[in-house]
Design a protein around this ligand. Structure first.
Ligand code: COA
Length: 333
């Protein structure tokens, strides 16, 4: 089969307010030096009260549509850990606000791997001829999950959104996605979790305790899993694509921690100059991380037409996933 899902547009959206490390160090027992040296993060963006995930998703989706020259698509997929509400999904309201009532729209939940899962799902719709054009958005207001007093998570995560438009094309087209590698290990469920608020640990009407209500992460263990899984998944997808590490012009990995990216690059045999990084500016934006990085790398002229790009992500679940593409010629704002 020659049909393929081809990247036709990218876009992103960040909240207005950047929060530098020093601002957090004024109220938490941490420092700019610790955060920079242990994570590579200098600042993150935080959405103002009243700004929801769908607001950022609409901003990124509108930019990606404009970049693609399309005004409508056949399906809208929103990858998010922080939907506007537990019910319904966020994608339908995003589609409606982008002028697309009547369009298929649903959320994908795979925490920081959500965008790669969303891309695979969107590509699947195109390959199965269910859709010819799909908008895949990764969007988060992750700050809403964080305990403001927990220095181990508050310094890492940020808010934002990124989006990609996919169109039906052929495998030889620049921008054709795939192959994919996706995986999960639910035995690691407790390593990255918001314990309460779902059906397992119900909110009973009593105010929940901070350790139940907020996001928690076993940092050291997650670090090790992230390096192992992203390296393994990236190798698997390179193998399936028939590419060697030497063929990769840019690794655009989930921006979890600059030291994680460094270890993954070393494991793949990629020099640091071929790893795109924007974590210093935006922190870890979970499902928004890869599309936000793709849009910034494209806009800044780092990703150029014809270059070979490797995407890899790891997140709660545990989940992981990777894919490859040759960067297409796209409009720049
Ligand atoms: N400021 C200052 N000190 C901090 C701190 C902060 N923000 N957060 C933790 N510390 C302290 C710890 O309390 C610990 O102190 P101790 O030695 O007195 O007990 C010390 O720093 C080392 O903590 P540790 O957790 O071992 O640090 P680390 O080097 O592993 O870095 C993370 C912590 C969270 C940055 C790192 O583990 C990480 O990035 N993990 C993966 C995160 C991730 O990618 N999550 C998303 C996956 S998609």
């Amino acid at each position: 089969m020659n049909r393929a899902a081809v990247v036709a547009g990218v876009g992103s959206c960040l909240p207005a307010r950047a929060v530098p490390n020093d601002e957090l160090a004024r109220r938490l027992d941490t420092s700019d030096a610790w955060i920079r040296s242990r994570t590579g993060i200098a600042q993150r963006y935080v959405a103002a009260p009243g700004t929801a995930t769908s607001d950022l998703a609409v901003g990124a989706g509108a930019e990606a549509l404009k970049c693609s020259g399309l005004s409508a698509v056949d399906a809208v997929i929103v990858a998010t850990t922080t939907p506007d509400r537990p019910c319904p999904a966020t994608a339908p309201v995003v589609a409606a606000r982008l002028g697309m009532t009547g369009t298929a729209a649903y959320d994908v939940s795979a925490v920081c791997t959500g965008f790669v899962y969303g891309l695979a799902t969107g590509a699947g719709l195109i390959m199965a001829e269910v859709a010819d054009r799909v908008l895949v958005i990764g969007a988060e207001t992750f700050s809403t999950l964080l305990d403001p007093d927990d220095r181990s998570t508050t310094v890492i995560f940020g808010d934002g959104a990124g989006a990609v438009v996919l169109r039906a094309g052929s495998r030889a087209d620049a921008g054709a996605l795939g192959p994919f590698d996706l995986g999960s290990d639910g035995e690691g469920e407790a390593l990255i979790t918001v314990p309460a608020g779902g059906s397992r640990q119900r909110l009973s009407g009593q105010p929940p305790r901070a350790d139940e209500q907020y996001f928690s992460m076993s940092g050291k263990e997650v670090f090790r899993h992230a390096v192992r899984r992203m390296t393994g998944s990236a190798k698997a997808v390179l193998d399936r694509a028939g590419w060697s590490a030497g063929d990769v012009d840019h690794l655009v990995s989930h921006q979890a921690n600059s030291r994680i990216t460094q270890h993954v690059a070393e494991g793949l045999g990629l020099p640091a100059r071929r790893c795109f990084s924007n974590i210093a500016e935006v922190g870890n934006t979970a499902a928004a991380s890869i599309p936000l990085a793709l849009d910034q790398a494209h806009t800044r002229g780092v990703l150029r037409p014809g270059q070979r790009v490797l995407l890899t992500a790891f997140g709660g679940g545990l989940t992981w996933g990777s894919t490859v593409l040759t960067w297409p010629r796209l409009d720049r704002p």
